[in-house]
Design a protein around this ligand. Structure first.
Ligand SMILES: O=P(O)(O)OC[C@H]1O[C@H](OP(=O)(O)OP(=O)(O)O)[C@H](O)[C@@H]1O
Ligand SMILES: Nc1nc2[nH]cnc2c(=O)[nH]1
Length: 181
């Protein structure tokens, strides 16, 4: 894996697609076991979570459904602090076992707002699956149930994660080179 450059910023290889896929398979096995006999609704938070949600959902072998919601708070490499709901949810969540699927939890503001909104729809349960988690960056209390990788507070791209819309199509995950900071 080589370095990649977007908008004049250099990123180093960080997590390979093989490593990502192995971890997703482990999380799927856990979900398959814990939700046996139930029919969970996976709720993919667009845009960034779509590759993780697709690979995770394909590895689920119990009956399950998937739906999508679009939230946005980042511009460039930093949060705007405002979580916008761009595309709403049409499903009835009453009594459903919901698994929210995120690509990353950073400040925690996005997932906190989403979970608070979802709770008002009276689901039977809500759990959070996130591919990446930056515990040192949290600005609120959030405890994801399924975490792919806990990482330090550095900006990353690839496998769904973007820099102003670009780099989501990278197969692997890359981290912003320290010299850029
Ligand atoms: O924990 P937080 O600091 O709130 O950050 C996490 C959020 O940031 C990203 O979304 P973004 O707003 O970049 O939209 P995108 O998914 O369309 O890239 C990511 O997909 C999470 O939803
Ligand atoms: N691309 C990208 N989006 C994010 N949203 C919150 N944290 C990050 C990050 O590290 N990279």
């Amino acid at each position: 894996m080589d370095q990649v450059t977007y908008k004049g910023l250099t990123f180093e290889p960080y997590i390979t697609n093989d490593t990502i896929q192995n971890r997703i398979a482990e999380i799927a096995r856990e979900i398959n076991k814990q939700y046996a006999g139930k029919q969970p609704l996976f709720l993919c938070v667009l845009n960034g979570a779509f590759p993780f949600a697709a690979d995770l959902f394909r590895a689920i072998d119990i009956d399950a459904e998937i739906s999508f919601i679009r939230l946005k708070s980042y511009e460039g490499t930093s949060t705007t602090g405002v979580v916008k709901q761009v595309l709403g949810l049409s499903e009835n969540l009453e009594g459903r076992d919901v698994i929210v699927v995120e690509d990353i939890i950073d400040t925690g503001n996005t997932i906190k707002k989403l979970v608070a909104d979802l709770k008002e729809k009276n689901p039977a349960s809500i759990r959070i699956a996130t591919l990446l988690f930056k515990p040192e960056s949290l600005q609120c209390e959030v405890n994801p149930d399924y975490v792919g990788f806990a990482i330090p507070p550095k900006f990353i791209i690839g496998f769904g994660l973007d820099l102003d819309g670009l780099a989501r199509n990278l197969r692997d995950i890359y981290v912003l080179h320290d010299d850029n900071l």
